[in-house]
Design a protein around this ligand. Structure first.
Ligand code: ADP
Length: 255
């Protein structure tokens, strides 16, 4: 995060951002559940220019065995950005950033999954970022919780997440790449709308307490919106599955 170069104006005199949004407006979000045949659960998400896929395997036997917990399952997330996901080719493989993001997403998910139902097992969550444009950790977490639900893993609730931040002295919802690069604060947050429980909160940059309150208000409203999109993705997935079962039944009758 650095100062704004004089030639980049993140918000115009009418309060409109570089991509045409108002301060409290989110980028368009689309989620589809059950996109991968081989995974136990999966989800594909497009959020603005971000494209993310999440795949869930398990609960399955935990390897290496010394990582097994006799009382509960462990949630192991691997977040990865494809080398073609950003404008300069990203060096493939894990780096400090992806290890950190994997850890915070694992911890957020471990707090919603009923891990005690599956002792000694591992629930493996893979997040692949195909295209990145700021906010990929919250996009990854949002997709991963839909993939977990698609895998039929019992959870307290879905986990919607969004980043709020500050650009040119104004609080903005769902930072784009320019705001992430040249803005003055970035605050990714995951919140369960039903309970107000916070499962992830990080902050980078500078905000006053009043600004944090405005930002949290924006995030709360956005998490409710994201939650509806997540539920809708699962509803469509179940409807498609039910349709497929009905078709099987009718073909049995015909035979
Ligand atoms: P998040 O994606 O959760 O916002 P960061 O704030 O660390 O996480 O990254 C912001 C954005 O910077 C990413 O979404 C991506 O567009 C870009 N970015 C991150 N890492 C790299 C990299 N190694 N090379 C090029 N761009 C990157």
């Amino acid at each position: 995060m650095s100062g704004t170069p004089s030639d980049i104006k993140l918000i115009d005199e009418n309060g409109i951002r570089i991509d045409g949004r108002k301060a409290d407006e989110m980028r368009p979000l689309k989620i589809e559940a059950g996109v991968l045949k081989r995974a136990d659960g999966s989800a594909y998400l497009e959020w603005g220019k971000n494209k993310v896929i999440a795949a869930v395997y398990g609960p399955r036997e935990c390897h290496p065995r010394h990582m097994q917990n006799p009382a509960k399952a462990i949630v192991q997330c691997k977040y990865n950005m494809m080398s073609f996901s950003v404008s300069d080719r990203k060096r493939p493989g894990p780096d400090r950033r992806s290890i950190e993001i994997s850890k915070i997403i694992s911890e957020a998910l471990e707090n919603v999954v009923f891990t005690e139902n599956f002792p000694r097992t591992s629930i493996d969550v893979y997040i692949e970022v195909l295209q990145a444009n700021a906010g990929t950790r919250v996009a990854g977490l949002t997709a991963a919780s839909v993939a977990l639900a698609d895998a039929g893993i019992p959870m307290k609730d879905l986990v919607p997440a969004v980043a709020v931040g500050k650009a040119e002295g104004q609080i903005v919802l769902d930072l784009n790449k320019e705001e992430d690069n040249f803005g003055s604060a970035d605050l990714p947050i995951a919140m369960i709308p039903r309970t107000g429980e916070v499962l992830l909160m990080q902050m980078d940059g500078h905000m006053t307490m009043e600004e944090v309150e405005i930002a949290l208000g924006y995030a709360k409203k956005a998490c409710q919106e994201i939650y509806e999109v997540q539920k809708d993705a699962l509803r469509r997935r179940y409807a498609a599955q039910a349709g497929a079962v009905d078709e099987d039944d009718s073909s049995d009758e015909e035979a």
